[in-house]
Design a binder for this molecule. Structure first.
Ligand SMILES: [Fe+2]
Length: 124
């Protein structure tokens, strides 16, 4: 296991991010949690791949090419920007737009990812 990996419990729905690696498995509700692999290509009508745009103060991330729904039972829960030594996360709620701004130079960005509570993890 590596830091920054994200795991989901397929029983209760807990989602966790690893901050320090220890034993080779995370257990929740009596079973191993599933390691989420980020998807990178949109196939269906719904768009999940984050779009990164440079703005004055840093970058703006939008999910996705058509704005993703933000309803209680289907929404983007968070958007994260990863650099070499930082994880920046914006938490989102129903009713908000699936857009987040980060005060960071685009050249520092290693990965941008987001988590949809129905369709899982996506990155660019
Ligand atoms: Fe979705």
């Amino acid at each position: 296991m590596q830091i920054r990996e994200i795991f989901k419990c397929n029983v209760c729905g807990n989602v966790v991010e690893l901050l320090q690696a220890g034993a080779p498995a995370l257990v929740c509700c009596g079973q191993d949690m599933e390691k989420l692999e980020a998807q990178t290509e949109d196939a269906a009508n719904e768009k999940h791949v984050p779009i990164v745009k440079e703005v004055n103060s840093g970058i703006e991330v939008t999910v996705g090419s058509t704005l993703h729904p933000m309803e209680e039972d289907h929404l983007i829960r968070f958007i994260e920007v990863l650099t070499e030594d930082k994880v920046l996360r914006t938490e989102l709620e129903a009713g908000q737009k699936p857009i987040a701004k980060f005060n960071i130079d685009k050249s520092e960005v290693v990965e941008v990812r987001e988590f949809c509570n129905v369709h899982g993890l996506w990155k660019v």
